[in-house]
Write a protein that binds this ligand. Structure first.
Ligand code: ADP
Ligand code: ADP
Length: 233
């Protein structure tokens, strides 16, 4: 079933007298457990679409159903709730708190979920273990490599057990070898049943996805299954 169902979605930014039509009518259905790469030139609307998918913003027109719920008409409180419940974000720049340990960074989202300290730390340690950082719990971000920092960020995105992982250029600051390791982790996440959507400029990264959606000028230019992967599996 379609966990994400978007119809005729538009987003227009108003800046003084000018309007920027960032999305001009997107239709997109994404099934549970799909692995989608979102590509397209700079300014084509990728970040805008990810912000809408991640319930950080609402569209100008059109509808977005997430798990059957109409997100397009939600107020800020409802958006925050559905975001915390359903979505995990991973960013190019990791966005970790520099003074907090690995464990504290990953446990933080669970504070908002209302879990006690003991359970927060246990859940955070488990998910860090699952991304290969079980021996780095007390390190601070500046004591970790780029790849390790991104693993911490991925663990933080997973700790609430969201259905959907949204990653915006997650390998943009990493070398090729580390990028491939990180893509391996996204594959595991998808294998465990999550829906994964990843923005990337790099064809080598997009090749890991099962489906590639390309935007251009705020419209869908193409939406294709990745034959390479489909045939291999
Ligand atoms: P990328 O091309 O790497 O996706 P951008 O530089 O287009 O990133 O956008 C980064 C962020 O800055 C986006 O989340 C977007 O909301 C914001 N942004 C982009 N363009 C503008 C703009 N003209 N005015 C204000 N914010 C913008
Ligand atoms: P991409 O991520 O593909 O680079 P964006 O979604 O960031 O594309 O941007 C799409 C268009 O919308 C661009 O023309 C950009 O300048 C504009 N834009 C993005 N965010 C904002 C914003 N917050 N305010 C005004 N314009 C924006």
């Amino acid at each position: 079933s379609a966990v994400i169902d978007i119809k005729s979605l538009t987003k227009t930014y108003i800046m003084g007298q000018t309007q920027v039509r960032a999305l001009r009518g997107i239709d997109l259905q994404i099934l549970t457990n799909e692995y989608v790469a979102l590509m397209g030139p700079s300014g084509s609307g990728k970040s805008t679409l990810m912000n809408l998918l991640g319930c950080l913003d609402t569209p100008t027109s059109g509808t977005y159903h997430l798990d059957g719920k109409d997100v397009s008409k939600m107020d800020d409180t409802e958006l925050a709730n559905i975001r915390n419940e359903k979505i995990g974000f991973v960013f190019q720049t990791f966005n970790l708190l520099p003074r907090q340990t690995t464990l504290e960074n990953v446990a933080l989202p669970l504070v908002y979920a209302g879990l006690g300290r003991r359970e927060r730390q246990q859940r955070a340690a488990e998910v860090l273990e699952s991304v290969g950082l079980g021996d780095r719990l007390d390190h601070r971000p500046n004591e970790l490599s780029g790849g390790q920092r991104q693993r911490v960020a991925i663990a933080r995105a997973l700790v609430n057990r969201p259905a959907i992982i949204l990653a915006d250029e997650p390998t943009g600051n990493l070398d090729t070898k580390t990028s491939m390791e990180i893509m391996g982790i996204f594959e595991e996440i998808q294998n465990r049943g999550n829906t994964v959507i990843i923005v990337t400029h790099e064809p080598d990264i997009a090749e890991h996805a099962h489906r590639i959606v390309r935007l251009r000028d705020g419209e869908t230019e193409s939406d294709e299954l990745n034959e390479h992967i489909i045939r291999a599996s």
